[in-house]
Design a protein around this ligand. Structure first.
Ligand code: FAD
Ligand code: UQ1
Length: 439
């Protein structure tokens, strides 16, 4: 009875040409369905909603709030407030699209349909998957409980980001440890950004001489691109920061304020325990469980398997992917998505017209490596790890202008241009500024 009532309400509330119902199960159909209303989903949906008739595009997204995640780095350092990083989802999703405020719970790609958590069936002609990454805090023993104790924080979640500043304020002396997990993560520079800001905070508040600032990273390098890794090595040397490569956080013991790390290069698999006064955790991350459960859509690791140039699914030509949930071998950032969204738009449009997708993504990504309260190294590079810098200056140098751009310009660019589908990355600006240089 309840289902029947709900059916009726939906029938009255929507344009009937886009769905059909049965007495047993709700069913709607759309030309294009976008799963996820984050940076990638929202920007691609906006592009299509502006050219297709009203309600031809549906977005499946369960959250009430859309977060501008890059701001969390600044919030951890007290430079912005948490409220500034979130906006109501209803305000950012394109008005011309139909918002299904639900979680997708099963994909049936051979049948061009999916099912939502409430059991509703959604049919599509074309699908864009933009579900982001899953944070696996619970994979670290003791961590969920440790977040309820002083000194344990994480800029990667709106739940824990404000604890970073609190931990700095309450810091008395001892080890301030910053971790990097043994998985791909979003914005691979963000764990270091948290550390550089914290280090400067401790200096400014006369606590630096009582602190050992330590970066325990699962990686074997500071950054994947040599030009920026070299610049960051100089920063850690000058600031007296200890870097321990190939250290993976396994367990947190809040009672004794200890963090246990696996020594990844130790053939015996030994661990090493560090005392902490402050522990900033970057959690392990993975593809959303829903994707991992559907082997037809994903690669071995569970990421949506798309062609790295066209962003079209390698087995289902009516499916495209964008952003962090894909297997694209580039650094997972909003900046990368800015470089991807026009490729998805152009290629999916060609596919809709019965033509072959021909636009090619070069792997462009960018990471503004904030090194404190006023400076930033602006890394930009492509699939080959080759710098692809917008400005005709050396962006590996710490600069106030790069910091201003990250703190003040990027949020405006994101809310006003990118989410409306109007920002396709700085490629055009770069080409103009580098006329004649070939990059
Ligand atoms: P998201 O924006 O995470 O969106 C995924 C959406 O999918 C979410 O809204 C989620 O609710 C939805 N979803 C998930 N599962 C389902 C489901 N089953 N059904 C329906 N919807 C679902 N990038 C930069 O470019 N520059 C930076 O300086 C930068 N700094 C960062 C600092 C931090 C601390 C963090 C956390 C990230 C940073 N990033 C930065 C990275 C950037 O925020 C992400 O790469 C970007 O948000 C990814 O966009 P996305 O659309 O792939 O995923
Ligand atoms: C970018 O395009 C972008 O997306 C809006 C970001 O995310 C917030 C970024 O951090 C950066 C650096 C870029 C790249 C843009 C320029 C102008 C270098």
């Amino acid at each position: 009875m309840a289902t029947l009532l709900k059916c009726k309400m939906v029938v009255l509330g929507c344009n009937p040409s886009f769905f059909s119902t049965t007495s047993q199960r709700l069913s709607q159909s759309f030309k294009l369905v976008v799963v996820g209303g984050g940076a990638g989903g929202c920007s691609v949906a906006a592009k299509f909603a502006s050219v297709l008739p009203k309600n031809n595009v549906a977005i499946i997204e369960p959250s009430d709030t859309h977060y501008y995640q890059p701001m969390w780095t600044m919030i951890g350092g007290g430079m912005k407030k948490l409220e500034q990083s979130g906006r109501p989802m209803s305000q950012v999703l394109p008005k011309n699209a139909h918002w299904i405020k639900e979680r997708a719970s099963q994909f049936f790609p051979e049948e061009n349909r999916l099912v939502t958590a409430s059991g509703e069936e959604i049919k599509y002609e074309y699908l864009v998957v933009a579900m982001g990454l899953q944070l696996d805090y619970n994979k670290i023993k003791g961590l969920p409980e440790a977040f309820n104790t002083p000194g344990v924080c994480s800029n990667y979640s709106p739940k824990y980001v404000e604890k970073t500043l609190e931990s700095l304020k309450n810091f008395k002396g001892g080890n301030a440890i910053f971790t990097f997990p043994n998985t791909p993560i979003k914005c691979a520079g963000a764990p270091q950004k948290a550390m550089y800001i914290s280090e400067e905070y401790l200096r400014k508040h006369n606590k630096r001489d009582k602190a050992n600032v330590i970066f325990n990273t699962s990686l074997g390098v500071l950054f994947g691109v040599k030009k920026y890794a070299d610049a960051l090595e100089k920063v850690v040397r000058e600031r007296n920061i200890a870097v321990n490569f190939r250290h993976e956080l396994l367990e947190v013991k809040p009672d004794t304020k200890e963090a246990v790390f696996r020594l990844l290069d130790d053939p015996a698999g030994n661990t090493k325990t560090f005392k902490y006064e402050m522990l900033h955790v970057t959690p392990p991350m993975s593809a959303p469980d829903l994707l991992k459960a559907n082997k037809k859509l994903t690669n071995e690791a569970g990421y949506l398997e798309v062609d790295k140039s066209t962003l079209q699914h390698i087995r289902f030509p009516n499916i495209f992917g964008i952003g962090d949930c894909t297997n694209l071998p580039t650094s997972k950032t909003a900046a990368a998505i800015a470089g991807q969204n026009k490729i998805v738009y152009d290629n999916l449009k060609l596919q809709m017209e019965g033509k072959k997708p021909s636009q090619k993504y070069d792997g462009y990504t960018s990471c503004p490596l904030v090194t404190g309260y006023s400076k930033c190294i602006l890394a930009e590079f492509d699939y080959d790890g080759q710098p692809l810098e917008t400005l005709p200056i050396n962006q590996a140098k710490e600069r106030n202008t790069s910091f201003f751009m990250k703190k003040e310009i990027m949020p405006v660019l994101y809310w006003k241009l990118m989410l409306n589908g109007w920002w396709n990355g700085p490629g055009v600006i770069r080409k103009i500024l580098h006329l004649g240089t070939g990059r």
